[in-house]
Design a protein around this ligand. Structure first.
Ligand code: CTP
Length: 403
């Protein structure tokens, strides 16, 4: 995901330094070449050795260290970085940067970089609310730097309030967002995800193994690429990606109502939800008691949401998913046509790595013009990137028609 990307991680002193270690791990795992610069105070909380071992690069600590400068000078490092992250960024560091001060290695490197700067503040909540701090933060925002909002919770000083360093996963996501090309800016995108649950009685339901991972990956990547994303999701354990509006639903009927309510504003709809085809004719008011040896549960058909959208499509881009266990292309092609889609993502869920509830998928894209594209095993994020590349072209073509 971040192969070929050089990132400088600037770490200033604060109890949250330990979270920067986890952030470093996420960045290197994604393939980034990360160079850590630590302030003197940061080294009071953690030694450079930990960051060195995890980054595989020498940690930079001293402006006047000839050895470090000989290995790789801080100016050339700052110059070739694709992204500069400051996490945790103390009030002191933010104040110095806001006023153009460069009196140590970290602040000098910040001054010397042309890379986008992602600032992740962490401090006591009173400090965070101090007008002097807020003025400095505003100076950074006005200068075009990206400043994350701190999390609220229990602070190291024992207080509760706003000022905690956000979770490393959130900082990682923000970094991906800063790095992403905003090629979907202005696009109103509606995504569905997850399974639906059709209640049998107050304690039982019919459902399927869908985890929602594919739809959530599409929502995250699209939001990162600038789209305005609404995610209508059945029950999942997943965290809603930042910047995404989520409408939680349970049954197919609820999903239909939520999707139809969002449909008029949408320019692109991607239906990756695994909607239950049938629901019990009657939901029992009370828990059903065990009686005969056999039980027959009468079911009735759920509405086909995507087919309904296909009928009212207009100039919208409509994308469906087809999870099959046999005759993949024939079934997917039939759904593409029957539901009036522009593209359908077909995956054989009986293949290893392509089923429900895994992080990977093996897909084919079937286009309305008959073109079929095949792909090897990819992560669901990579599938989302590839899918959104095609969606972008379809969306632009549709806008051309409208314009
Ligand atoms: N879909 C939908 N509403 C339904 C069933 C499916 O919107 N009631 C959508 C899914 O979100 C997916 C596409 O239609 O994008 C194909 O879903 P799938 O379950 O594979 O196909 P079905 O049309 O249900 O056909 P079958 O069950 O016969 O495979």
């Amino acid at each position: 995901m971040l192969q070929g990307t050089t990132i400088i991680l600037g770490v200033s002193g604060g109890i949250a330094v330990y979270k920067a270690v986890e952030l470093l791990r996420l960045l290197t795992k994604a393939g980034a070449d990360v160079h850590v610069v630590m302030t003197q105070n940061a080294q009071e909380f953690m030694t450079p050795l930990t960051f060195q071992a995890l980054s595989g690069n020498q940690v930079h600590t001293d402006l006047f260290n000839l050895h470090q400068e000989q290995e790789i000078g801080h100016i050339s490092l700052a110059d070739r970085a694709d992204l500069f992250i400051l996490a945790p960024a103390t009030a002191n560091l933010i104040g110095k940067i806001a006023h153009g001060l460069a009196d140590d290695l970290l602040t000098t490197s910040v001054m010397a970089t042309k890379a986008p700067l992602l600032v992740v503040p962490a401090m006591n909540s009173n400090m965070y609310e101090n007008p002097l701090y807020l003025r400095n933060e505003k100076l950074l925002v006005d200068s075009g730097f990206h400043v994350m909002e701190p999390a609220t919770g229990e602070l190291a000083c024992g207080w509760r309030g706003k000022g905690k360093l956000p979770a490393p996963e959130q900082i990682f996501e923000a970094a991906l967002s800063v790095l992403a090309t905003k090629d979907l800016l202005g696009c109103q995108l509606l995504v569905t995800a997850g399974p639906t649950r059709e209640e049998i009685d107050p304690v039982r339901y019919l459902s399927n193994y869908s985890s929602g991972k594919m739809g959530f990956a599409i929502a995250a990547v699209a939001s990162r690429r600038g789209a305005s994303v609404t995610l209508v999701s059945g029950p999942t354990d997943l965290t809603v990606p930042s910047g995404v509006k989520c409408v939680p639903v349970c049954s197919a009927e609820e999903m239909r109502a939520a999707v139809l309510a969002e449909f008029s504003a949408a320019e692109v709809v991607i239906k990756s939800a695994a909607v239950a085809d049938y629901r019990p004719v009657k939901r029992a008011e009370q828990k059903m008691k065990k009686q005969a040896d056999e039980l027959t549960l009468p079911l009735e058909k759920n509405p086909d949401i995507l087919a309904e959208l296909g009928e009212q499509k207009g100039e919208r881009v409509l994308v469906g998913f087809a999870a099959e266990t046999e005759r993949l292309l024939a079934h997917a092609a039939d759904k593409l046509k029957r539901k009036n889609l522009d593209l359908i993502v077909a995956n054989d869920v009986s293949k290893e790595g392509a089923g429900f509830n895994v992080d990977t998928n093996i897909v084919r894209f079937l286009h309305a013009n008959g073109e079929v594209e095949g792909f090897d095993l990819m992560t669901k994020e990579q599938v989302a990137e590839q899918l959104l590349n095609r969606v972008r072209l379809l969306w632009q073509a549709a806008q051309h028609k409208i314009g």
